[in-house]
Design a protein around this ligand. Structure first.
Ligand code: TA6
Length: 298
């Protein structure tokens, strides 16, 4: 029977919890209900935490799993129905949830697993420029794997349309040596070439800056990492789109919270609802977006 030790820690300006068991270690920030790192004992980390991460209020940490909500990326690139939800002036990239304090609802052991639940109370009508009434919860289940489930429940009396992502930063030995399985044959939007639509041939390998939205993505994707003799597995639900991002050399140099060579050790695969896969919630409706992160030896 696994037992979990929970310690509170301060990282810069952020309140965090470190959870340790004989199987894994998880670090979570209250801001954004953001998983900052996840490591299974005896393995390299599964989720990447930037060496130069900045732990500041209002700023998402370059690490783990930022929650992008109620829109993904640049709001102007979203369908009009998502743009119409926002009535503010400046729309921050990746929405409003990742830089705000969430509330911890509870942690409890269930069998061998630990369940952790957060909510963002401001999503019920108090987000700046976003006057809608949604109960937003992030549930984490830590066991042999880590499962994250983001649930949006429309409590208001008008439709709500949103895009979102669990913007996971995976740790890899060297991004130039890994491949993503599960994308062969998929259509994708190449955001670096004027958002042109293209088709993937074979596994995805990395030879330069990459920022793509894969459409009709399967529920299972994997990162094969021969140097670390490991396959990272992602099992999604409630999602038909996946964003794959690596900034490579020049973009990494522009990011103040990433070492110049930090791009070599990370790879984002973001379990998402974007592009033609946005979520429309009628009054009283809910949607759950989930990813389960695990690994296996090659
Ligand atoms: O998901 C890919 C992406 O939207 C990229 O375009 C890149 O900018 C990245 O997310 C990180 O965004 P951030 O706002 O966290 O720097």
């Amino acid at each position: 029977m696994a037992t979990y030790q929970v310690d509170t820690e301060q990282h810069g300006e952020l309140n965090c919890w470190r959870i340790t068991s004989d199987r894994a270690e998880l670090l979570i920030a209250q801001q954004g209900a953001q998983v900052l790192s996840y490591q299974r004992i005896g393995e390299p980390p599964l989720l990447w935490l930037s060496d130069q991460a900045i732990f500041r209020q209002g700023k998402s940490v370059r690490a783990g799993v930022p929650v992008c909500w109620p829109w993904f990326g640049n709001l102007q690139r979203n369908p009009q129905s998502v743009q119409n939800m926002f009535q503010g002036e400046q729309a921050p990239a990746h929405g409003l949830a990742r830089g705000r304090d969430w509330q911890l609802l509870g942690m409890e052991e269930s069998g061998n697993n630990l369940l952790i639940e957060f909510t963002l109370p401001e999503a019920q009508g108090e987000l700046p420029g976003w006057p809608h009434d949604v109960e937003l919860k992030l549930r984490m289940e830590l066991g042999d794997q880590l499962q994250l489930t983001l649930t949006s429940y429309n409590l208001g009396n008008t439709n709500v349309t949103l895009s979102q992502a669990l913007h996971s930063y995976f740790a890899v030995s060297d991004v130039r040596q890994v491949q993503v399985e599960g994308v062969d044959g998929l259509g994708y939007i190449e955001t670096l070439a004027d958002w042109e639509q293209r088709q993937q041939q074979g596994n995805l390998a990395f030879t330069g800056e990459t920022d793509r939205i894969y459409l009709n993505a399967p529920q299972q994707l994997a990162i094969v990492d021969p140097h670390w003799n490991r396959r990272i597995t992602l099992q999604a639900s409630g999602s038909r789109s996946a964003v794959i991002w690596n900034p490579w050399t020049d973009r990494a140099q522009e990011l103040p919270d990433m070492a110049d060579d930090g791009w070599q050790r990370m790879l984002c695969i973001e379990t998402a609802n974007v592009w033609d896969d946005v979520v429309e919630l009628k009054p009283g409706a809910s949607h759950s977006l989930s990813v389960t992160i695990g690994s296996e030896a090659l």
